[in-house]
Ligand binder design. Structure first.
Ligand code: GUN
Ligand code: FE
Length: 430
């Protein structure tokens, strides 16, 4: 569960030709030495040095691929201004294939280098750019889920960057689904197209209804933003007289293949709705500091068995590293927690038992993400896909260290330089 991380020394992870973990052989097992010798002969044995650790690859549940050039920029602006002044103008540039290729290739490589083996991407409105993103994922063997962003509401989107109409948006979404299928032919890790209404304010009711139908027709994952900010929450209440989770649900957009970003302001009723439908939440702790001004009650959601994974939310979040988001998730949760001496400062911050551990955060970055995407990844276990990373500690230990401590230090201190190798579906990509 979310409170445990298993570890195994002196063992051999056997990966078959399909890139699946076929077996984990322990040093004490009868055939251990035979298998090691065979692998040596075939030249397929990879040995870890004493300071290296094998971990599952991370799953980034929420990345805006076209916002990569803006990462680390304009974080002091409120969401609405940030979208209008920085984000929409940048995303509009992705109708140009050459620019899209340049940015996306770099992003995909960067995410892999950071140990992220699977990512759920928002693309942009134009499919020219979106197909470049699909091609970059395929070229780099990266497990990608990619959505053509839908935004057709003329009141909340600029004329230079929107779908021309609900019908046009639905046609382009359907075209994208077919074009991805063509690009996927003969590929070992196919890209999955994702139904992607940007968020409630950007979309007309007609488009939301149509997208719900397309998701059902093609049995596809769905992604959007939900309960991210006071502004968005207020918009839903003023225009629809309902909460955004309710509206999305009524249009068939909350299913067990849905991933909703942020969710910091979900209320009890919304959370019950997410549980009933099997919706996953992309926890974007860095972005939430800047645009949501809120902390996701991750501990509570995990203990209630709501699916929660980690998202970088580039460029609402400034860093492409899931490790960095693991750290922020832990730190933010502690700010939500009530004081040590809560009798003296009762209800100062107000949430009892809100702090999460490094293990909880690691669980979200691996198992939580995999559950949200219905994937057999995120664990080093027989039958699971071999999406893995090999890392080493940043600093010396100056003596013996128990595995739990090694793990915790890795979570707090790993940067791109300590990630030695990354593998997707049994193939080294770093
Ligand atoms: N809400 C609608 N679009 C966006 C976006 O691009 N980033 C974030 N953080 N929130 C959004
Ligand atoms: Fe986002």
């Amino acid at each position: 569960d979310e409170n445990q991380v298993g570890h195994q020394a002196n063992s051999l992870v056997c990966i078959n030709d399909e890139g699946t973990i076929a077996r984990i052989v322990l040093a004490g097992d009868d055939d251990y030495q035979v298998i090691v010798n065979d692998a040596k002969q075939q030249g397929t044995l990879v040995s870890l040095s004493d300071d290296q650790v094998l971990l599952p690859g991370f799953i980034d549940l929420h990345v805006h691929a076209p916002q990569w050039p803006n990462s680390g920029l304009a974080l002091d602006r409120p969401l609405y201004e940030w979208l209008e002044e920085y984000t929409f103008p940048l995303e509009a540039k992705f109708k140009e294939a050459k620019y899209a290729h340049l940015v996306y290739d770099n992003l995909v490589e960067t995410l892999l280098a950071n140990g992220t083996t699977t990512a759920l991407y928002f693309g942009s409105v134009d499919n020219t750019g979106n197909l470049e993103l699909v091609k970059s994922c395929l070229a780099h063997q990266k497990r990608g889920f990619v959505g053509k962003v839908v935004m057709d509401n003329p009141e909340q989107t600029p004329a230079y960057y929107r779908d021309e109409s609900a019908t046009a948006a639905l046609n382009e979404t359907e075209n994208f689904i077919h074009e991805v299928a063509t690009l996927n032919e003969n590929q070992t890790i196919p890209v999955t197209p994702v139904i992607t209404p940007r968020f409630l304010p950007s979309c007309t009711d007609d488009v939301l209804a149509g997208l719900g139908k397309l998701a059902a027709k093609y049995d596809l994952p769905i992604q959007s933003h939900c309960s991210e900010s006071d502004w968005e929450n207020g918009y839903a209440l003023t225009t629809h007289g309902k909460r955004d989770a309710t509206v999305l649900d009524e249009f068939g957009l909350l299913t067990d293949k849905s991933v909703m970003a942020h969710g910091t302001l979900l209320n009890g009723e919304d959370i019950q709705r997410f549980k009933d439908r099997g919706v996953g939440i992309a926890h974007c702790p860095i972005s939430n500091v800047y645009f949501g001004n809120a902390v996701l009650p991750a501990k509570k959601l995990l203990s209630e068995n709501v699916k929660v994974g980690m998202g970088t939310d580039i460029s609402g979040g400034y860093d492409p590293s899931v490790y960095q988001n693991i750290r922020q998730a832990i730190m933010s949760s502690r700010l939500l927690n009530d004081g040590v001496d809560s009798e003296i400062t009762p209800d100062l911050r107000g949430k009892h038992d809100a702090a999460i551990t490094a293990k909880n955060a690691f669980y979200m970055a691996t198992v939580g993400g995999a559950k949200s995407l219905n994937l057999a990844t995120g664990q080093i276990k027989e039958g699971y896909i071999a999406d893995l990373q090999i890392v080493h500690a940043k600093y010396p230990t100056f003596g013996q260290q128990v595995p739990e401590d090694t793990f915790e230090k890795l979570m707090y201190q790993t940067t791109v330089s300590e990630i030695d190798h990354v593998m997707t579906q049994g193939v080294f990509v770093k």
